[in-house]
Design a protein around this ligand. Structure first.
Ligand code: ADP
Ligand code: MG
Length: 205
């Protein structure tokens, strides 16, 4: 079983992912958590290039391909082997982020980004992606002062990110759940668990 937590920055993805992984473990599942980009050595290096506040010029298409490179490594080195070993994988961000940040908000063609993703992941898709939705101002308040390279792109970009996620969620209703991230931590977690429950019950073994 493969779950992804995706959506706007500052919405509470990491907070909820950790609570969800703990809950899965209490149910006896062997859980691997990962971050995209990240988790592998190549992923960490790409992450530093992509999110560090440096002066390197990176074209939007280069940026998209760098995210895809990190993802390819994550899929082949971690996610696919974990799933093959019967583990449950919970990943912080995945394909929707690239389709939205570099596609919808970054002016690349979202369909082209989907095509590149197909190559990068060799078609490995999550069973369910939670898409965290929160208005730009609340998200910005939660983030506080510190901003990485993506997070410093300003509120117009973030509005496009938010709209892009909602549009993609509408396109893929069977494999996504939009999570209203404006509530308190416990009630959001309860919603997530409820949405995952039917999938966990269906699971073989
Ligand atoms: P993300 O991973 O989506 O960027 P985080 O989980 O890091 O978001 O949360 C961003 C900040 O908001 C953290 O300081 C976190 O403690 C806080 N936070 C998370 N969920 C909530 C919530 N439901 N209500 C208020 N603050 C929250
Ligand atoms: Mg996070």
């Amino acid at each position: 079983m493969f779950f992804v937590f995706d959506g706007v920055d500052g919405a509470g993805k990491s907070t909820q992912l950790n609570l969800f992984a703990d809950w899965l473990r209490t149910r006896g599942l062997d859980v691997d958590c990962c971050s995209d980009p990240g988790t592998t050595e190549l992923g960490h290096q790409m992450r530093k290039l992509l999110l560090g506040n440096h002066a390197i010029e990176i074209h939007m298409r280069s940026e998209m391909l760098m995210f895809m490179t990190a993802r390819c490594q994550l899929v082949e080195q971690k996610i696919r082997p974990a799933l093959a070993a019967g583990k449950t994988v919970v990943c912080d961000r995945y394909v929707f982020s690239t389709v939205v940040y570099q596609g919808h908000a970054g002016n690349l063609d979202p369909d082209e980004v989907w095509q590149v993703n197909q190559v990068a992941t060799a078609g490995l898709m999550p069973d369910l992606t939670f898409i965290f939705d929160l208005d730009v101002e609340s998200a910005s308040q939660r983030l506080g002062e510190s901003r990485d390279r993506m997070e410093s792109r300003g509120s117009d970009y973030f509005q496009q990110v938010r709209d892009g996620f909602l549009e993609e969620a509408k396109r893929w209703p069977d494999v996504t759940r939009v999570i209203d991230a404006s509530g308190d931590i416990e009630s959001i977690q309860a919603t997530i668990r409820q949405a995952a429950e039917p999938l966990l019950e269906k699971r073989p073994g």
